[in-house]
Design a protein around this ligand. Sequence first.
Ligand SMILES: Cc1cc2nc3c(=O)[nH]c(=O)nc-3n(C[C@H](O)[C@H](O)[C@H](O)COP(=O)(O)OP(=O)(O)OC[C@H]3O[C@@H](n4cnc5c(N)ncnc54)[C@H](O)[C@@H]3O)c2cc1C
Length: 404
Amino acid sequence: MAKVVVLGGGYAGMRAIKVLIDKAPKDTQLVLISNTRVHTEKTNIHEVAAGTTTPKEISFDVAEVAKPQRVKFIQDTVTGIDLDSKEVKLQDSDEPVSYDYVIIALGFRSETFGIKGAEENALPLTTLDEASAVAEHIENQIKHYQDSQDPNDLKVVVCGAGFTGIELLGELIHSTKKWAQKYNTPNVELYCVEAATSILPMFDHGLADFAVDYLKRNGVQFVLGAKISGVEPGKVVYEKDDETQEVASNSIVWTVGVSGSHVMDDPAFSSKRGRVITKDDLSLNDDHPEVFVVGDVAAIMNPANNRPWPTTAQVALKSAAHAAENVANLVSGGSATPFEFHSLGTVASLGRTQAIGEVAMGGKQVKLKGYPASALKKVIVDRSLFYDNGVSGILKHGRFDIWH
Ligand SMILES: Cc1cc2nc3c(=O)[nH]c(=O)nc-3n(C[C@H](O)[C@H](O)[C@H](O)COP(=O)(O)OP(=O)(O)OC[C@H]3O[C@@H](n4cnc5c(N)ncnc54)[C@H](O)[C@@H]3O)c2cc1C
């Protein structure tokens, strides 16, 4: 009887478990290890960070997919993987967990790129707890203004204008207005500081310009071409136009970048920024055909341009499904096949009713902006829920507001 261990209960880990339940021989022993019992729809944590969605709305008990009668769930933090002895080391247990096959899906962490003070003085946004902490912090600063009259309590600086930063700003334009009303303060100022001279590099200029115009009209101030050199208590310092400049704020959120899990820093994985270049069947290398790496810890190469696919939930879900099918085949005495990825497109939300997107429809790339793109984003979320949780998941968490 083969033992398959999946590490991480995110998009990739949950999809891998789901496919293994469906496709692995029934006597295969399935184990899921994750540091939390809760699967978080991380594509929506910016909404929790802005206080427009509650943590409950984007959280599921992993047991909804990893049914206890079929999957042994271990809640613990993976500290290492011994590739030679085929064992997973855990933080809270002296007993390592052995495997015949392992699917590593440990996801992403915040990356500071060594920028001084970023870790200490800016709020990261990679987990549900961090997202809740961001919302609590911003609301508290606005509330605090009543006593302090400090204008920096009414400023939020988002560092980074990638997907996370822009989606967060799209939500903050709504929630900061509500908080200002609630605590009877003047308007809250929103800033976005970004090293590049444009935002959302994955979209074409027309769509990115639509996003900038929309956010600017709603009060967001962009500081582009600003290379952040440090974060100090209450201010972000940056280099722009050959000068050192700064923007002061008592709420600084860090969305500059992410890298793969610390576990992948072990030299045995030869990772770069926590990401491992996989073989085309998603296994680690020729020496370890029993180890598969998927989701944000994987650098899965696109043969068309010899660059890794971007780390997205879409790639995480599809790579995990393929790796799990390969493992199911290997357990059954078959072989692993190469992974092929065809992007369905990308949609970035700018708040509840606005978004931009480029999606594949009828063999063509179609550009969408405004409300239609926003409606599509919600359908994408619902489709992901449907596969992992069935109709009950959609009824509990699905966003039917698109139909109203
Ligand atoms: C605000 C935001 C918006 C985004 N929007 C989009 C979007 O619109 N579309 C899109 O495609 N992508 C989007 N992404 C990216 C997407 O969320 C990630 O690509 C995706 O979450 C990766 O899935 P994963 O399963 O590899 O990792 P994760 O979702 O990070 O899951 C990793 C899992 O492993 C667990 N874990 C981590 N470390 C350990 C450990 N040491 N031991 C045990 N368990 C551990 C975690 O708790 C978690 O359950 C967004 C990301 C953010 C932050």
